[in-house]
Ligand binder design. Structure first.
Ligand code: ADP
Ligand code: MG
Length: 222
């Protein structure tokens, strides 16, 4: 992604992003319009159509909020937070989704973590995205381990899944706008994560073995 951002300066990235964004939002809008047209006649009312429409609206919403985070200029309001508490909140938030997908969280956290200067909302978004990706990578369930390690000037937060893994040829595309292998993906989640972590002077790295799993590691300065 660093590579991407460097190249990004040269290519008119704003224009590219805007074009991709318009395209990504237009797709679900087209679906919505189609179903609404179908349901214009009362006898075509269908609860399944309504479900799809709600899902498509949710999708538009995620695309817009992820895009806004990416587009926001670098001006974070940093405060000192306990990363452990933020992590615990996110885990609680995602517990239901994990259980539904037959996934267990294993948390290995030091009992008292040093405070980290960060934007709570943005760091939360990063954790949510990485854990959601981990859940989505394990269609038949498994474990997501969340491990924190403190070393002199840095805290490391690792998310280890037992999912499908990422082929080497695709690793370099992570964080590229709209790159997704999912039918209903936005392909903006990791780009947003890279941007947020780099705004915190941190580093996001990935290690993956196809068929075994993936580890995302966040390194943040203390
Ligand atoms: P999205 O989740 O909408 O597809 P992301 O930017 O979050 O967009 O992720 C981009 C792609 O990276 C995913 O579509 C998937 O192919 C891959 N990916 C991300 N996290 C994982 C993971 N934990 N395991 C396997 N593949 C992953
Ligand atoms: Mg994602």
């Amino acid at each position: 992604s660093e590579d991407f951002l460097r190249k990004a300066d040269k290519l008119n990235v704003v224009g590219q992003l805007a074009a991709g964004f318009a395209h990504e939002v237009r797709n679900p809008l087209t679906t919505l319009r189609g179903f609404l047209q179908l349901m214009q006649s009362k006898e075509n009312w269908n609860a399944e159509y309504a479900d799809i429409m709600v899902a498509e609206i949710d999708r538009i919403n995620s695309i817009i909020s992820e895009f806004l985070t990416i587009a926001k200029p670098h001006s974070l309001s940093l405060k000192k937070y306990d990363i452990g508490i933020i992590l615990q909140n996110v885990i609680t938030l995602l517990e239901a989704q994990a259980t539904l997908n037959n996934i267990q969280f294993h948390v290995q956290m030091e009992s008292s973590l040093p405070l980290v200067k960060c934007s709570e909302i943005e760091i939360k978004q990063v954790f949510v995205n990485i854990i959601k990706n981990a859940i989505e990578a394990m269609p038949s369930g498994g474990e997501v381990s969340i491990v924190t390690v403190v070393q002199t000037n840095y805290i490391y937060i690792r998310f280890i899944d037992q999912g499908v893994g990422i082929p080497e040829t695709l690793i370099q595309r992570l964080g590229e706008p709209f790159f997704t292998t999912k039918e209903k993906g936005t392909g903006l989640g990791l780009m947003m994560c890279y941007k947020i972590i780099s705004d915190h002077n941190g580093k996001l790295t990935v290690n993956s073995i196809v068929g075994e799993g993936t580890t995302f590691e966040i390194k943040l300065p203390l």
